[in-house]
Design a protein around this ligand. Sequence first.
Ligand code: G6P
Length: 473
Amino acid sequence: MSKIIIIANRLPVSITINKGEVELKPSAGGLATGLKSLHTDKEIVWLGWPGISTEDPELQNEITKKLGEMKMHPVFIPAEQFEKYYDGFSNETLWPLFHYFQQYTIYQTTYWMAYKEVNHIFMEALVNIADKHDIFWVHDYHLMLVPNLIRKKFRKASIGFFLHIPFPSYELFRTLPWRDELLQGIIGANLIGFHTYDYVRHFMSAVSRILHLDHHFLGRISLNDRIVEVDSFPMGIDYNKYANAVEEEETKIEIERYKRTVGNEKIILAIDRLDYSKALPKRLKAFDRFLELNPDYKGKISMVVILVPSRASVKQYQDLKDEIDLSVGKINGKYGTSTWTPIHYYYRAFRFSRLIAWYHIAPIALVTPFRDGMNLVSKEYIATKKDGKGVLILSEMAGSAKELTTALQVNPNSTADIVRAMHEALNMPEEEQVRRNRFMQSIIKRNNIDNWAKNFLERMEVVQKESELLYNK
Ligand code: G6P
């Protein structure tokens, strides 16, 4: 019986070593959630980096055994190599470039070499567990060479690739000295998915201009021996989980607690991973400007900023943390009184019930990244609004802006635009809020995470069948 193998840099689990004992906790990322509800008689297994680098064979064995019970297979990568592949090529080359931060992009051959090596290490680990009849689904920018490595080994295999971040315009992508190899790596897959139609366009343009491959129509690349299809699959959330969470006892307790903290202040909520692509300093600046222009709101509104620590070993992320700390301090120092703190700032991950409580309490969410592949926070916020009240201010540069068209969309580079939207949000009639949100809720409900995973895998099956028919192989 063939199985579905999910290949991703991170496994959906967090590992801690407690007094020498390995402890595993499943961490339900979107993909893992979507796969849970999949109706399939096929076994689903995962292959990925376990979250720690260790060269101790005993520890490796123990981790392997424990993960095996959860149908997960670890890929161990030596620390030094991992650093160049993950901090280096993935997060100092691809991540900034694909998010239009060319000024942060490091073009360095040693990073590229490590990236190639680690993609090969993934392939070696894969060969140990795979069969040519399996279905391979490779995820994200860390592993763009893997689809073609699988193709070389299993010529007729069904291989999917999904990119969770934006695919940039050809003019940026072409600056990579390794652009050909990266594209060749991806088109080893027979189904390639992106969040939005624009990323599909950018990818197709790069394929035709760099690899000089034709495409019959926008979504299909012509190869001699197989079909490669490219399409958009906007990722969603577990809608019901968010919509129903407000009703849970644990959440209700948190809601009451937070209500006591913020009193009658109207909350403007900003939640994100700490990342320069999320434009947090710009959001703080807009809040500052808003208070400057609208002094009547002092004491009546406040901003809740929750930043989840991320990639703290990369310099840009450390600098950004300092910049935000400083900026929050300045704004609180400038406006704060003995009874009012303008910004409540948290630098840590929040448990689910607390997150939901903030979503529920906040009449406004400010989600204005400079660039974002999709942005699930914007979808979570809207899903949580059971009574339909609340206003989402959303960056037009987030992938989710393509679906969430009744949000207040802004250009995240324009402080004036964000300030205007804040004003509009604070004064929007409730009927209008409900009308806008009901529309977005219906979209988020339909394009949920279960359908996303199901659609992608079903499409892989169709493409595979058509390929067999066309090439009679
Ligand atoms: C983005 C990427 C994911 C990644 C996540 C967290 O959403 O698309 O692949 O897992 O950020 O980043 P990290 O570097 O901690 O895995």
